[in-house]
Design a protein around this ligand. Structure first.
Ligand SMILES: [Fe+2]
Ligand SMILES: [Fe+2]
Length: 352
């Protein structure tokens, strides 16, 4: 075996609806050309598998789901396997039965969970546990007791096998250090981490956060794939070979005509966020410099290079910025990086 090559993306939030805000997600109104560029790049890259971590459409509208299904069909027809899980938004207007009837044909499952949309599938010597964590059908991630029992059974099936085991879900498995409300981002089942650790799962892939991140805890590497319509417009490229997982963030290649427009949209969203920070800091020559520090932080966060920013965190102006923002979500997010080890998702090499 020459290893496994995967492309991972998440949170397309695709919709053809025009009355949608693009203030926070800058390419929301340009989802079609932006996602077309991503899908064309995937077809060109020809990975073994294209992994999509949920919130595939913005609300589970049938017409939007058909668009995504048709795009993924073209990728599958190039011989690229599809591994896809539902996110909380996929079931806003859609039942699990309809979800299955539209996307089911894309997924070559080895075994399906009769209680949810979860399934296992094997690509080369890697087995994917593609989990539906929408048991509550709201913004929280949880697996039902029946699905936990099914997962346990499936993990036991592969005990002692030499294959690499990869857990795929919409919400994460590990707590993000910055997050004041981890229950919104992590799968809630208390026994899940223990179950994965004791069954030799070392790699978890997720979405839901919309920005790229990577955490290593309890011997597990968790990669959170970014949304393609925001942040740095990237996807994750993953290679599993010789006992290592190597991941890189790769920019989506948009057509030259679209780049200036997309950059403008991105600047508008970034400006909106910085205005919020500026209003927290107040306006003076000193706080202008602090806003610049926050802007740098956001840039590195979006590009998965916060490790580079961390080197400057002890400079007085950084400390002052953190102090001024301490009582806000922005401050706790930024400060968490001083206190917690953080792995940059721009490039990771991890021994499995
Ligand atoms: Fe999302
Ligand atoms: Fe989500």
């Amino acid at each position: 075996m020459d290893g496994l090559h995967a492309v991972i993306s998440s949170d397309f939030h695709y919709t053809a609806q025009e009355n949608i805000s693009d203030l926070i997600v800058p390419l929301m109104k340009y989802a079609k050309p932006a996602l077309s560029a991503l899908f064309a790049q995937v077809r060109q890259e020809k990975p073994d598998v294209f992994i999509i971590c949920g919130d595939n459409t913005n609300s589970g509208r049938t017409a939007d789901m058909y668009y995504i299904r048709d795009q993924l069909r073209m990728i599958r027809d190039e011989g690229i396997r599809i591994v896809m899980v539902p996110g909380n938004h996929d079931l806003d207007l859609c039942t699990p039965e309809r979800y299955e009837s539209i996307y089911g044909e894309l997924l070559q499952a080895d075994c399906r969970d009769p209680h949810s949309l979860s399934y296992t599938c094997t690509v080369k010597d890697t087995v994917f546990f593609a989990m539906d964590d929408s048991s509550l059908h709201d913004t929280h991630g949880i697996l039902s007791d029946a699905s936990m029992a099914w997962l346990k059974q499936q993990l036991q099936r592969y005990r002692g096998s030499s294959c690499t085991k990869v857990f795929v879900s919409h919400h994460g498995v590990l707590d993000e250090p910055w997050n004041r409300r981890p229950e919104l981002y992590r799968i809630l089942n208390p026994g899940l981490q223990d179950l994965l650790v004791s069954n030799g799962v070392r790699l978890c892939l997720s979405g839901h956060q919309h920005f790229p991140s990577a955490l290593i805890r309890r011997g597990i590497l968790q990669i959170t794939a970014p949304m393609p319509l925001a942040n740095s417009f990237t996807y994750c490229d993953l290679r599993l070979r010789d006992g290592y997982a190597e991941e890189r963030l790769v920019p989506i290649r948009f057509s030259e005509q679209l780049v200036p427009l997309f950059n403008k949209k991105h600047e508008r969203s970034s400006g909106f966020r910085l205005d919020a920070v500026r209003s927290l800091l107040g306006s003076s020559a000193q706080t202008d410099r602090m806003t610049e520090v926050a802007a740098e932080w956001f840039h590195h966060m979006e590009h998965g290079t916060l490790g580079q920013f961390k080197k400057h965190m002890h400079e007085p102006v950084c400390e002052q910025t953190l102090h001024m923002l301490d009582h806000t979500d922005y401050g706790s997010w930024m400060r968490a990086l001083l206190d917690e080890p953080y792995t940059d998702p721009s490039h990771i090499l991890f021994q499995l």
